[in-house]
Design a binder for this molecule. Sequence first.
Ligand code: PLP
Length: 337
Amino acid sequence: MTAVAGSPPRPHTTPYPDVLGAAGNTPLIRINRVTEGIRTPVYGKAEFMNPGGSVKDRIGAAIIEAAEARGELRPGGIVVEGTSGNTGVGLAIAAAIKGYRCIFTIPDKMSVEKVRLLEAFGAEVIITPSEVEPDDPENYVMRAKQIAHDTPNAVLANQFYNAANPEAHYRTTGPELWEQTDGRITHFVAGAGTGGTISGAGRYLKERDPGIRVIGGDPVGSILRSLAETGTPGEGAPYKVEGIGQDKLPSTLDMSVVDEWRSVDDASAFRLARRLTREEGLFVGGSSGLLAHAALEVAREVDDPAACIVFILCDTGERYLSKLYNDDWMRENGFLD
Ligand SMILES: Cc1ncc(COP(=O)(O)O)c(C=O)c1O
């Protein structure tokens, strides 16, 4: 069976054979308070309500099933991946159901909650240094590649280069957004870690209506905006938001789908994530705050009650209790007064 069972008009009305069927079909929720004074309607796609708490549940089973279909993953097999955490959870859920072992590499900037979570699913987790060049053998993606190569019966999930990733969003996220807005969506705001979400859902939406603007939210320090605007990556720099932004271009990111990139700094992203929790009741992580910030900018500029802006609420805030929901951490990093 597939990871996400299409888009029934009334999801969750019948039992699923296992938890994989409960991924996707997430609600679209109007943003009401942090939009004060803005006339353009803004909605968040609540991906934090997936069984694994993030948008990455959509690709976990899809990637594993594609590897099975290619005959690369067989009973007793091992799934290896470099992950900022959420993809690992999505893969670990599918691996638990299907009986595979998991080995994940994760950069040391990621929250301790994510490491614990992956271990809770029974995965073996290897922590790698964050501040190394993308092609350094110690980089988390490079390290995962090496482990997959050296381990018998192992396959690399390869989310940054695996077409099954954007394909899952083309098949599920895009159609859901189209149906949930009755085709009225005018602007789609998403981040790009692998670019699977923005490329897959963005491509679907543009096929339905080429006038829909696809906007990438990019952390200050990521190279994506510079790459899109000047053709050169520019000087990358470290940033604290997890899961989105890049230091090199993955093949799963189709730049031609994205009309525009907007840069957002860590402080703005984290402060708005905290406001989404306290004022909207949406308990989300820093990347959701970043995308909300970009969506509000667009909404102010568009200034049109007939427009419809949708952004992704990527993952749950529980993953960041030790970080953006910890006042000491926020102060130490200069993100709070
Ligand atoms: C927290 C968070 N937000 C957003 C994304 C971006 O999703 P994608 O890889 O589809 O670009 C990720 C992916 O790693 C993530 O972990």
